[in-house]
Ligand binder design. Structure first.
Ligand SMILES: [Zn+2]
Length: 263
């Protein structure tokens, strides 16, 4: 009973906490009431990778968002030490602040695929709307700038041209999806919200991620070193490895996304 109450509390946390990271899927509620009259239809696409079909070696794609702020060494050092491949979505803002972590990525390109999380971490929605209190890009021009500005910063940091984009909040409207696709990107949804926008506790986070199934795309954050969730992420990485999981990056295998994000 206590555990159920605790879980409920934790699931509600993102409603009240800062929207700095991605809030969890469970709380993808309607846009703010004042926007209801002109609210665009927002989607939060799912993404899976092709399954291994091997019960003892399930295939999982770990994806981490580096929204802004710092690098979580608990996660980064575990990935490097355990040689666990992952896809990292970086913003221009985060790249600028974390050159030492960028150097680690560049020194381990056999592990890390770096992809585009935008320039300023504004949602890739082409009409003015608030999402979790964050103002969306608001126009097609601003969506283009968010995507292109993220890619430009990656190239300037010495990273390869990105092929996947994931916007802040992981929400989009269909016209923005079309626009980003026309810019040459696939859009990275996810199937398992690992850390509730980095706001969940360590144990809950560990359990969620450690339970990943064949074909899952896990979303977690690598930019909140002071949050408990990162400790759970690091422990879950070890648990997945012990289970014999085949770790893949998004470019390694076919991805199947909802809402015309990959096809
Ligand atoms: Zn983010």
């Amino acid at each position: 009973m206590r555990r159920a109450l605790l879980t409920t509390f934790l699931l509600l946390l993102p409603l009240t906490a800062s929207a700095q990271n991605l809030p969890s899927k469970q709380v993808t509620n309607q846009p703010a009431a004042q926007n209801a009259a002109h609210a665009p239809k927002l989607v939060e696409p799912q993404l899976h990778v092709s399954r291994s079909g091997n019960a003892v070696r399930p295939r999982v794609a770990l994806t981490f968002d580096a929204c802004m702020g710092q690098a979580d060494e608990r996660i980064l050092s575990t990935l490097v030490r355990e040689r666990i491949p992952a896809t990292i979505f970086v913003t221009a803002r985060w790249l600028k602040k974390n050159p030492q972590s960028v150097a680690i990525f560049l020194n381990n390109l056999d592990l890390f695929e770096l992809e585009n999380h935008g320039q300023n971490h504004v949602p890739a929605v082409d009409v003015p709307v608030l999402i979790y209190g964050i103002a969306a890009a608001g126009s097609p021009e601003a969506v283009r700038q968010e995507v292109a500005g993220g890619a430009d910063a990656m190239l300037a940091a010495g990273l390869a041209p990105p092929r996947w984009f994931r916007g802040s909040t992981a929400k989009y409207d269909p016209s923005a999806i079309r626009q980003i696709r026309e810019m040459g990107y696939r859009i990275a949804g996810y199937s398992l919200n690992g850390d509730g926008g980095s706001l969940l506790g360590a144990t809950v986070t560990e359990k969620r991620i450690a339970a990943a199934k064949d074909g899952d795309v896990v979303l977690a954050h690598i930019n909140q070193p002071t949050h408990a969730a990162g400790e759970g992420v690091a422990r879950a990485l070890l648990a997945l490895k012990r289970r014999g999981v085949e770790f893949v990056r998004l470019s390694d295998v076919d991805g199947m996304g909802d809402d015309n994000t990959t096809q």
